[in-house]
Design a protein around this ligand. Structure first.
Ligand SMILES: Cc1ncc(COP(=O)(O)O)c(C=O)c1O
Length: 368
């Protein structure tokens, strides 16, 4: 059985670091807003080349708090895509704003920058590109549009730790970058955690206040806020994990190289490689196959677990039908959603397993 992700392998490999992180925090007996979080904020800022990092409870909170920190008000519009993880959109709603869905580019599956401008109106306040699967959104065009129309850019970099665009790490190109350290991520904790990244002092100060009930000093609330701190145990894990991130990204890239080489002559659409400007990381390896469900079933019979990110476009989810989108509004989103299939890719997945997956896919297409 090849699981889509297997945390027990990570625990076996890093048992010493994991156990000593927990022990260090317990010995200190300080669990919230402590030195581990402060260290991680400093270390992650250094890694990304960003001035301010604010550790929060999740990627969802990092987006919602960022939107509040830039002054988003109920009824303001935020441009994003419907082909993303639901939390991108829930976070916009938590902030009280209205998500405006722009269709995606068929090759990158990221927001299609050419379609953004016609969705801008007097209520638009921000563009929220998602660097989906670890591939950079078209930041050069997006930045130009944002400057011209005086909009904020909030990057959802929850799937793109370590990727860069024109030499700048994703999450540091817009006004704010948002990260998740959900266990499956390239930099994944062992629980929920997230971070807000910015070079803007005012935004950083607002975000720091909002994550802690708007408290400027003990029991003195200046603005309305929430309770969303990164806890000490997660921060302790992330402090040593950050030193492994580049290595883990290279391990993921090695797996991607095998997939790309072995699957290249099959009737599949393979994910974009990246180039000098768009230096991607591999969070997910997403192929597009016409007989997706049959292929998935075939792989399952061989003990290979795959997933679909994401099976239902958000605008079609019951919860978001009120936004009023029709299939014809987002044709590419509709076209790809029953073709996409995520193959296993994570540090610890071995080469034999990857080759077995490739051979099984070849077998499905009758090429062995
Ligand atoms: C693109 C994207 N945005 C936001 C999130 C939300 O992160 P979290 O699960 O940490 O709240 C995730 C991860 O789940 C994600 O993949």
């Amino acid at each position: 059985m090849i699981r889509f992700i297997d945390f027990s392998r990570k625990y076996k490999r890093y048992r010493k670091q994991i156990n000593s992180s927990v022990e260090r925090v317990f010995r200190r007996a300080w669990f919230i807003a402590g030195p581990e979080r402060a260290d991680f904020e400093k270390n992650f800022g250094k890694y990304l080349g960003a001035r301010y990092v604010i550790g929060v409870n999740s990627g969802t909170d990092s987006i919602a708090i960022s939107l509040k920190a830039i002054g988003i008000k109920p009824g303001d519009e935020v441009i994003t895509t419907s082909h993303t993880a639901t939390p991108t959109v829930s976070a916009i709603r938590i902030a009280g704003a209205i998500p405006v869905f722009v269709d995606i580019d068929e090759n990158t599956l990221n927001i299609n920058p050419a379609l953004i401008e016609k969705n801008i109106n007097s209520k638009t306040r921000a563009i929220l590109p998602v660097h989906l699967y670890g591939y950079p959104a078209g930041m050069a065009v997006i930045k130009g549009i944002a400057v011209k129309n005086r909009l904020f850019i909030i990057e959802d970099a929850c799937q793109a730790h370590g990727a860069s665009f024109k030499g700048k790490k994703l999450g540091t190109i817009g006004d704010v970058g948002c990260f998740s350290f959900y266990p499956t991520k390239n930099l994944g904790a062992f629980g929920d955690a997230g971070a807000i990244v910015t070079n803007d002092k005012n935004i950083a100060e607002n975000a720091r206040l909002i994550r802690n009930f708007g408290e400027v000093s003990r029991y003195k609330n200046q603005i309305e806020g929430v309770n969303s701190g990164m806890d000490e145990i997660q921060a302790a894990f992330l402090n040593w994990e950050l030193n492994e991130l580049n290595k883990w990204n290279r391990e993921r890239a090695k797996i991607a190289d095998i997939y790309l080489r072995e699957l290249k002559n099959l009737p599949l659409k393979l994910p974009p490689l990246g180039n000098k400007a768009s230096n991607r990381v591999w969070h997910l390896f997403v192929i597009q196959a016409e007989k997706r469900d049959a292929l998935r079933e075939f792989l399952k019979e061989r003990g290979i677990e795959t997933l679909v990110h994401y099976p239902t476009p958000i605008f079609k989810q019951e919860a978001y039908k009120f936004l009023g989108y029709k299939e014809r509004d987002l044709p590419v989103t509709i076209k790809i959603h029953d073709r996409i299939l995520s193959l296993p890719i994570y540090p610890g997945l071995n080469i034999h397993e990857v080759k077995f997956i490739c051979n099984s896919i070849k077998e499905f297409y009758g090429i062995v």
